[in-house]
Design a protein around this ligand. Structure first.
Ligand code: AMP
Length: 356
């Protein structure tokens, strides 16, 4: 059943994704209440109320849920124990997606079973496992913490077996992956309704630096365009298998041998920010529409050429200058109070017939 105008949507997490989701929810006539641990909760600027509480504070989470007609999240590392406090009927997407996506091993196994190709990987729970994984998979590779990593954090690149001697097992569950020799990266972003209708946005070419997204561009180029169909098939099966409702993202490497699955995010995604100005309906609006039970909007790309760039760290201090540049840049600043090196502060999207 569609949520009536004036209903309340709860969002777990207080970051920029929540902020952009809340703006769309407000546009559609909903009230938004946020919940998350104390901190720079920039989503709060867009919410009628934001409750600061820990993920372990079950009483506060229950009280938050009791005020909501539906609850979603903007952050995939919300502990399952916190989500379990919320009546299942209120939640969208299905929390099963959180359980899978919070663990790099679980998500690789899940998507591999549906037919995806992954980099060779091994579970690493000890120094001995690490040595064995290096022997089996070889170097170069990447040791990643199985949980809680994002934007390249909790990752150690290993160029050679010799270099691995300098990398110690960090004492928590990890995964060791062979390094993928890829040409470029892309993500498949889809929205799925409660009735099982699935729509895809076009896949942009994504450029990363130090594990963090720098820019997304469309058109994505022939290599990605040739691999999108296969990647979409995997993404659709993943969404169907999870009974997913909302926006789901799967990230892939485009290699000479086809798409290689890297990871999934059970939420709206940085590589989909271009959809705000560049698509018929943005990822944020369609996520709200899906979880609210409204008809999905069109996902078609509206311009021949689109570029989204992240504004990171101190670049934000001069970001307003972007507005004086030609080509009608669309500036988004997230209102973060503390500027830190490597922190995503905003993004800028340029759309047009040609993007330089
Ligand atoms: P992740 O946190 O897994 O998304 O990794 C962040 C970025 O690091 C990816 O977008 C890639 O640019 C790079 N990366 C991660 N895993 C691999 C891999 N197995 N092979 C090559 N590059 C990788």
């Amino acid at each position: 059943m569609a949520l009536q105008p004036g209903s309340t949507i709860g969002i777990l997490g207080g970051g920029q994704l929540g902020r952009m989701l809340a703006a769309c929810a407000a546009q559609l006539g909903y009230r938004v209440i946020g919940y998350g641990p104390a901190g720079d909760n920039i989503a709060a600027d867009m919410c009628v109320d934001f409750i600061e509480g820990g993920w372990g504070d079950t009483a506060a989470i229950s009280e938050f849920a009791s005020r909501c007609d539906r609850v979603t999240w903007e952050f995939e590392n919300v502990p399952l124990a916190a989500v379990e406090v919320i009546p299942e009927a209120l939640l969208a997407p299905n929390p099963k997606a959180l359980g899978v996506a919070q663990d790099r091993l679980a998500e690789k196994r899940f998507v591999q079973e549906l037919g995806a190709t992954c980099a060779p990987f091994a579970r690493v729970d000890s120094e001995e496992d690490f040595a064995r994984a290096l022997e089996q998979i070889g170097a170069p590779g990447i040791l990643k913490t199985a949980r809680d990593g994002y934007d390249g954090k909790g990752q150690w690149r290993i160029a050679s077996a010799h270099e691995a001697e300098g990398v110690r097992f960090p004492g928590r569950a990890c995964i060791y992956e062979g390094l993928v020799d890829f040409e470029t990266e892309f993500s498949v972003i889809l929205v799925r309704s409660a009735q099982g209708e699935v729509r895809f946005w076009d896949s942009s070419a994504n450029t990363h630096k130090g594990g963090m997204l720098v820019k997304s561009t469309l058109p994505a180029g022939a290599l990605i365009e040739g691999q999108v169909e296969a990647a979409r098939a995997i993404a659709r099966q993943t969404a169907d298998a999870l009974g997913y409702v909302g926006v789901l993202t799967l990230e892939f490497f485009a290699t000479a041998n086809g798409p290689v699955f890297n990871e999934m995010a059970p939420r709206v995604h940085n590589s989909g920010h271009w959809t705000i100005e560049g698509a018929a309906t943005s990822q944020f609006e369609n996520h709200i529409r899906a979880v609210a039970g409204l008809p999905l909007g069109g996902t078609q790309t509206r311009f021949p050429s689109i570029e989204m760039r992240n504004i990171v760290g101190t670049d934000a201090l001069s970001a307003h200058q972007i507005l004086s540049e030609e080509g009608e840049p669309h500036l988004h600043l997230y209102g973060k109070k503390e500027v830190r090196e490597g922190r995503k502060m905003g993004h800028v999207t340029r759309v047009g017939n040609e993007v330089d």
